[in-house]
Design a protein around this ligand. Structure first.
Ligand code: SAH
Length: 328
């Protein structure tokens, strides 16, 4: 969206009235791909903005289109950091955009490709919104998930600032979800600060020791405490928590583990489990079979938990969950 601070300064230098900033933003939010289109701005101002304020702070390095219509964009920030964003297109008209909050990720979840790449830095809210605007220039969007690179709750100020503006782009707050490994201070802030976005927790194992092996962050914030924070968030926001559970063959997909998960997610009506088929990365894990996933789902449902199986999208272009690593 252009660097909003630079845009504001340039408008001020040009002696423009205060309403111009909102005017330009509305054009950008509705998908305008040049200042020339902004016909309610004076022509001289349009020329000046074209010369002085780049339309995006991100450079598009590469785009890839999967057979299922999923599209991935690899961007580079002004200081050369790689980031990726993915648009998932569904037959029912749903357009779900997966955004990155950091270049790389400082956490080291063992199954995730992003965790294996070098951590760069937090993204600014302009860099987050520019990922969305890139796709908004192609078509209307209606859902956003912060499930791309990075841990959104480690960059919460910028993430919330971008969430504030998503409705202008066409994405309702009720259709915006932030996913976390369980960074408790961030979950606590989300309970009271910012728009009422949805919360998703990457859980992956109900046993503390196994979860720590898979996700070292569990040593710092153990699952039991994370779930307490989620319950508190849920009570404050009056919303259920989405639980993501990656299905790893022979690791966390046994019947007893489904039972333990169901016993951990109490009260059950607070949680909705989304079982995620594992997408290949360079890790040593293998994905659970379809039948193992179906059986796990049934075991959860028998105990009164709501469970769904995530559709895998964009695998052929390394755009699926856990595959974002900015490989050229
Ligand atoms: N750091 C946040 C945001 C990223 S969300 C979080 O972890 O929640 C990305 C989701 O994809 C997470 O649920 C993550 O656990 C999952 N994931 C990671 N590697 C994966 C893989 N190889 N296959 C499928 N899902 C994976």
């Amino acid at each position: 969206m252009a660097d909003l601070a630079l845009l504001a300064r340039t408008l001020e230098d040009a002696g423009e009235p205060g309403f111009r900033l909102g005017q330009v933003w509305r054009w950008l939010a509705s998908g305008a791909d040049s200042y020339e289109l902004m016909t309610d701005l004076p022509a001289t101002l349009r020329d000046r903005l074209s010369a002085e304020v780049p339309l995006s702070v991100l450079a598009v390095e590469r785009e890839a289109l999967a057979r299922d219509g999923t599209e991935k964009a690899l961007f580079q920030t002004g200081d050369g950091r790689p980031i990726e964003a993915v648009l998932m297109r569904y037959h029912d008209g749903r357009r779900s955009l997966c955004l990155s909050s950091q270049s790389g990720c400082p956490l080291t979840c063992t199954f995730c490709a992003t965790g294996a790449m070098r951590f760069g830095r937090n993204l600014t809210s302009s860099e987050i919104l520019d990922q969305a605007l890139h796709f908004r220039r192609k078509e209307a969007l209606n859902h956003v998930v912060f499930m791309g690179m990075g841990e959104p709750l480690l960059n919460l100020d910028a993430v919330l600032a971008s969430c504030e503006r998503l409705p202008d782009i066409g994405v309702a707050t009720s259709n915006t979800a932030i996913s976390t490994v369980g960074w408790i201070p961030g979950i606590e802030r989300l309970a009271t600060e910012g728009p009422r976005v949805r919360l998703a927790l990457s859980l992956h194992a109900a046993e503390e020791s196994l979860r720590s092996e898979l996700m070292p962050v569990n040593e710092r914030y153990p699952l039991a405490d994370v779930l307490d924070a989620c319950r508190e968030w849920s009570a404050r926001r009056n919303l259920p928590v989405f639980v993501e559970y990656l299905m790893l063959a022979g690791v966390n997909d046994r019947y007893e583990q489904a039972v333990e998960l169901a016993e951990t997610l109490i009260p059950r009506e607070l949680f909705k489990v989304n079982l995620i088929p594992y997408n290949p990365t360079d890790s040593a894990f293998g994905g659970s079979s379809r039948t193992a996933i179906a059986a796990f789902k049934e075991a959860l449902e028998e105990r009164g938990l709501r469970a769904t199986i995530r559709l895998t999208r964009g695998r052929d272009i390394d755009a699926a969950c856990g595959q974002l690593a900015a490989r050229a």
